[in-house]
Each structure stands twice: as C-alpha cells, then as structure tokens.
Design a protein around this ligand. Structure first.
Ligand code: NAP
Ligand code: ZN
Length: 350
C-alpha cells in the first residue's frame, strides 16, 4: 500500500479538504498512473453532498482522469511506464453478464465499480477517485490517450462529459440530415454541441444563459435558443429528431418534448437530485415520441470517442484550477458559471 495525497469530504455538510488515502501496489493486471489532471463533473458535487443518497464517506470524487503510467503489472499489454493514460467513471465490472459481454460495462447486471464511491449498486467497499496523486486500475479499464500531450488538460473531461454525450448521440444516430437539440451548455452540454457538430448533425443549443449564446455558435451550434423565451421555443415545435438533455436541475420536460418530430426521442443524461415534474402523456402519444435515458458509455466506446476526438482535434474548453479552489468551483458550477469544465491541475496537490 502506498500513501497518496488526496482531497476528500468527510460528510454531506462539509467542504472538501486535504486527506490521505492508500493505493494498492499494482497487481499483475494493473496499471499505476500518476494523475496530472482531473476534470470536475457535476456528479462529483451531487456525490460529495450525498444528493443521490448513496454516498460512502470519506468521499474522494473525480472520474475524468488523465496522467502518466508509472508502473504496470506482468500481464499488462499495451501500456508502458511513461505512456499517457486515462481513466473514466468505472474501474471494474463483473465481465460476464450480457451487458459486459456487449462492451456496455456501465449497465453491468452486478453493478459496475465506480472510480469513486465504490460499487454504485449493491453496496460494498468504497473507492477513491481522481482528486488524488495516483491511482491503480485494472488495465482493461484504462484508456489510451492519442491527443498531443500539450492538450492533456482538455482531454480529461472527455472521460465523462465526452463519453456521456458521445454514446447517446451515436445510439440515436446524430449525423448529416438530422436536427439534434442539446439542452444546457455546461460540461456535458458543450461536449454535446462539439460532438454532434463533428458528427455532421444540425445542432440547436437550448440555454437558460443569454451570455452563452455566442459561445454556443463558436462551439458548433447552428442555432441557439434561449429556453426561457416561450416564443423562441415555440418556433421549433415538431422540428427535432433527437434531443440530448444535460440539465442538472428539475425542469419542465414538456417544453422540450413538444419540439420533437414524430418518433423523435429526448434522452436524459442530467441526473438532478430531485425528480422532474412528470411530463404530460399527450406530449408523448401525439407524435409517438419517446423519453429515454443513458449512462456514460462502455470502455470500448470510450476509446472510440477518445480516438474520434483526437482525429477531429476536439477537447473540452477548460478552466484549469488548483486543488484548493475546488469548493469555489462547486459553488460556481451551481450558478452555471463554468466555461465549460473546471479541470484540476494535480501538480497543485503535491
Ligand atoms: P454543469 O456543468 O453544471 O452543466 C449543467 C448545465 O445545465 C448548466 O450549465 C446550465 O446550462 C443548465 N442548468 C443548470 N441549472 C438549470 C436549471 N435550473 N434550469 C435549466 N438549465 C439549468 O453539469 P454537468 O457536469 O454537465 O452535468 C450535468 C448533469 O449530468 C448532472 O446532473 C450530472 O450529474 C449528470 N451526469 C450524468 C451522467 C450520465 O451518465 N447520465 C454523466 C455525467 C454527468 P445553461 O446555462 O446553458 O442553461
Ligand atoms: Zn461525470
């Protein structure tokens, strides 16, 4: 066991502060990574504050991890000391159930093991995430980084915000000739705009923040709609093939369902602490519309997304922060004041 510096919270009412954790020595199938950058996901905040009522404490969040390999086990292939490597939201799963066999480990029947907060389903031992100096992970859950090393900070958010938007955009066929709505321009939303644009879709961004309209266009939106303006919303009734909703707070879903074409789907990836008001049945039955959900993405698909982003020169727009800024960063995230992902420079923890 190696002692490692980290940042943790002891309970839902506390702020995060310095903490020490133990990491296992790398086993035969493990990769040890010195963490260089870790993105700050809204899920980190939900978990640190026990908003989903499943948090194990102490809680060390962080599941957008990039760094350098420092050691590998005897059986590890494809990773060598000195390589860049990445870890996302999962560090293990059963490997045998139909979802795992399909490469959809995020839907593992036994419940995958989260990079932090342990086995998300079914209880078990806690795990500690990327707000730390080092991590040791089974090699089958470690990703290759093919971006230029100078862009490393902007790669970190791809490990959750990137894959969580890439997977549903692929699943529901975002591409040329399709009109795709992205709701919310935060960490996930801004990746959704970039990725849907790169896939060739016509992108309509829905934001509550008038000050983000220009950025929306720069990031790849063909149209920007201020979602609190009913007239702007009504102008898009029945137009969209697909909507990806990334909003982190409860809101009126009918306002968006109305904008779908016949057979259109709105997929929720935002996971607010409290439920959305129930949508009207008629929003769905009148045009055979669907309301769906999606959880991150599998390991194979995460690698595919990273390679797609490397090929297209895509990274997140980031504000790099020191570790001790994290509590302020959380408060700013709650005010939708992030452009568009905080990333912790882990050198500031040493
Ligand atoms: P974020 O950076 O805070 O972005 C959320 C955006 O939602 C905000 O920037 C804001 O965009 C919009 N928003 C916030 N409050 C709103 C409100 N009251 N009404 C309407 N819009 C509002 O968060 P994130 O990291 O992108 O995460 C978003 C959500 O996805 C979180 O709930 C997170 O836990 C969840 N998540 C889910 C998965 C998954 O696998 N399904 C994975 C990662 C994260 P505008 O200013 O443009 O309106
Ligand atoms: Zn996340």
């Amino acid at each position: 066991m190696a002692k490692v510096k980290a940042y943790a919270t002891p309970g839902p009412e506390s702020v995060l502060g310095p903490f020490e954790i133990a990491r296992r020595e790398p086993g035969a199938d493990d990769v040890e990574i010195e963490i260089l950058y870790c993105g700050v996901c809204h899920s980190d905040l939900h978990t640190a504050r026990n908003e989903w009522q499943n948090t194990l404490y102490p809680c060390v969040p962080g599941h957008e991890i990039v760094g350098r390999v420092t050691a590998v086990g005897d059986r590890v292939e494809g990773f060598h000391p000195g390589d860049l490597a990445a870890v996302g939201c999962m560090v293990d799963s059963c490997g045998r159930c139909p979802s795992c066999r399909d490469g959809d480990e995020q839907y593992c029947d036994a419940g995958f093991t989260g990079t932090y907060n342990g086995p998300i389903f079914g209880g078990g031992e806690n795990t500690y995430g990327g707000y730390s100096q080092r991590i040791v992970v089974k090699s089958s859950f470690v990703l290759q980084v093919r971006h230029d090393e100078r862009d490393l900070a902007s790669v970190a958010p791809l490990l959750c915000a990137g894959i969580t938007t890439y997977s549903p955009l692929r699943q529901w066929g975002a591409g040329p000739g399709r009109k795709v709505g992205i709701v919310g321009l935060g960490g996930l939303g801004h990746m959704g705009v970039k990725l849907a644009h790169a896939m060739g879709a016509h992108v309509v961004l829905f934001t509550t923040s008038p000050g983000k309209a220009e950025d929306g266009a720069r990031l790849g939106a063909d149209e920007v709609v201020l979602s609190r303006d009913p007239q702007q919303m009504a102008a898009h009734t029945g137009e969209l093939d697909f909507i990806l909703n990334t909003v982190a707070a409860p809101h009126d879903l009918d306002a968006y369902l109305q904008l779908l074409k016949r057979d259109g789907t709105m997929t929720l990836v935002g996971a607010p602490a409290a439920p959305h008001p129930s949508p009207q049945v008629f929003s769905l039955i009148l045009r055979r519309r669907r309301l769906a959900g999606s959880l991150i993405g599998g390991i194979r698909e995460t690698q595919e997304m990273l390679d797609f982003c490397a090929r297209h020169g895509i990274g997140a727009d980031v504000e790099v922060i020191p570790m001790d800024y994290i509590n302020t960063a959380y408060e700013r995230m709650l005010k939708s004041d992030v452009r568009y992902r905080f990333v912790v420079d882990m050198a500031t923890l040493r």
